[in-house]
Design a protein around this ligand. Structure first.
Ligand code: GDL
Length: 451
């Protein structure tokens, strides 16, 4: 059983285009239907959330926010508003706190009761006046946050208040982001009722071991609230994640104050992430992410209604396997990669039925693209289209190369592809920049040209 005050749901905390009003309203219905209780508003590219945090919302913006808060209220869900003043706040000036309070007060008037201050992804520098006033960045942030927390509690007894530290994962802590001893100081100085957000060992943590959370909890003197970037794709727009919530032991649930996922920018892709998060949170007994993924894919299938032939469940699973999790593909995509690796590396005489297996999978993916183009839900198509387009194009290149190999041509010499005008496909500045350096599976970068 989760604690009654356990926060579960979504943080809209990514870079890039924020979700639309109607997507948010749709999300709130979904969260409520799944039994997830929280939406945390922190889109990096809402200018008034971060870049110009001192400015009030206009009447129109405020009206839309009111609608969002009311929708959450109707569902009995928490709406948390986050502000990220760290780019240029002058911590020691009273006027700056008053600005934060008046920004929050504007939102309080449209029904917001829970707030957050975020200090992630910042230069971490203080003004001369702040350096004279505070011994450290941690002390400055805690001082301001405690003051705003006191104000929020003065407005509403049950106000939940969240704080995102400057180092918000183990790697950043080891690099001493925010200064040596930052987290211990925050543990000491920050009011113990304030929730501290944490993304795990990494910004995008494939795994969050229980021990890492226990170690952190001792230092920050409370259990953290997980801001989970497992499904975030804002750092690489070629990717999408619709694998299962995984890499988190079941006991994590009782070691944290909540789990909020910061998922794909493409709103429509978050079905499996949210459904499997829900299963993880509610599950008793053995937790099997793959099984959860397969069940969620079957539940998602009706959203893939097309104007012609239906999308078979096996193909949706193949699609999900191709766009699975940050550090791993799903089983079918792994098979595809292994086949391509083998066919490109080995002589035609040893291929056996591998070529046939590849052709079957390739044909399924080419067909998948056609089915997706015919989706009735155009938002869902838009979310997939460029990624799956690129996937099918790359497979066509591989298929053409394999055909040349079969015709006895040596691919080491280089093969010209009839279908592509050189410099168009895989052209442009990004592809050109990428060609200067290669990167191996361990993330090591090398120059392609020998000195
Ligand atoms: C981050 C940012 C977040 C971004 C995510 C994934 C936090 C606390 N901050 O570091 O805005 O979406 O990485 O790129 O996670």
């Amino acid at each position: 059983m989760l604690q009654a005050d356990f926060l579960s749901g979504v943080v809209e905390g990514f870079y890039g285009r924020p979700w639309s009003h109607s997507q948010r309203l749709h999300l709130f219905d979904q969260l409520a239907a799944l039994g997830l209780n929280t939406y945390f508003y922190a889109p990096k590219n809402d200018l008034k959330h971060r870049a110009i945090w001192r400015e009030y919302y206009s009447d129109t913006e405020l009206m839309l926010l009111r609608e969002l808060v009311q929708a959450c209220d109707r569902h009995g869900s928490n709406f948390i508003y986050g502000l990220s003043p760290g780019l240029d706040i002058r911590f020691s000036e009273e006027a700056e706190r008053n600005r934060i309070k008046s920004r929050f007060d504007q939102l309080r008037k449209v029904g917001v009761r829970h707030f957050a201050l975020l200090f992630d992804d910042l230069p971490g520098k203080m003004s001369d006046a702040d350096r004279a006033a505070y011994e450290s960045l941690a002390a400055a942030q805690c001082d301001v946050t405690n003051a705003i927390f006191a104000w929020a509690r003065g407005q509403f007894d049950g106000a939940r208040f969240l704080f995102c530290p400057t180092p918000y994962c183990d790697r950043m802590d080891r690099a001493q982001l925010g200064g040596a001893g930052y987290l211990d100081e925050v543990g000491r100085l920050l009011n113990s009722e304030i929730d501290i957000l944490w993304t795990g060992p990494e910004i995008v943590s494939a795994e969050i071991p229980l021990e890492s959370i226990e170690r952190l909890s001792r230092r920050i003197r409370r259990s953290p609230l997980v801001w989970d970037n497992l499904f975030a794709n804002d750092y690489d727009f070629r990717r999408l994640y619709c694998g299962p919530y995984s890499g988190r032991p079941r006991d994590l649930r009782s070691a944290v104050r909540g789990i909020l996922v910061n998922p794909n920018n493409e709103y429509a892709i978050n079905f499996i992430p949210l459904h499997t998060l829900t299963k993880y949170l509610k599950h008793d007994g053995e937790w099997n992410p793959r099984e959860a993924f397969l069940n969620a894919a079957a539940e998602w299938l009706p959203c893939f209604e097309t104007v012609s032939s239906p999308l078979p469940l096996e193909d949706l699973i193949l699609l999900g396997d191709c766009f699975y999790l940050p550090l791993t593909e799903g089983p079918e995509a792994k098979t595809l990669l292994a086949l391509v690796d083998r066919l490109l590396a080995e002589p035609v005489s040893t291929w056996g039925n591998a070529r046939e297996q590849f052709s079957v999978m390739n044909a399924r993916i080419q067909g998948l693209f056609d089915r997706l183009s015919e989706l009735r839900d155009r938002e869902l198509f838009d979310a997939w289209s460029r990624r799956v387009w690129e996937l099918k194009e790359e497979l066509q290149v591989i298929d053409a190369v394999l055909a040349q190999k079969e015709a006895g041509r040596d691919i080491v010499e280089g093969i010209e592809l009839e279908n592509y005008l050189p410099g168009t496909f895989r052209g442009g500045i990004l592809a050109k920049l990428q060609r200067f350096l290669s990167m191996d599976s361990q993330g090591k970068v090398r120059s392609r040209t020998t000195p």
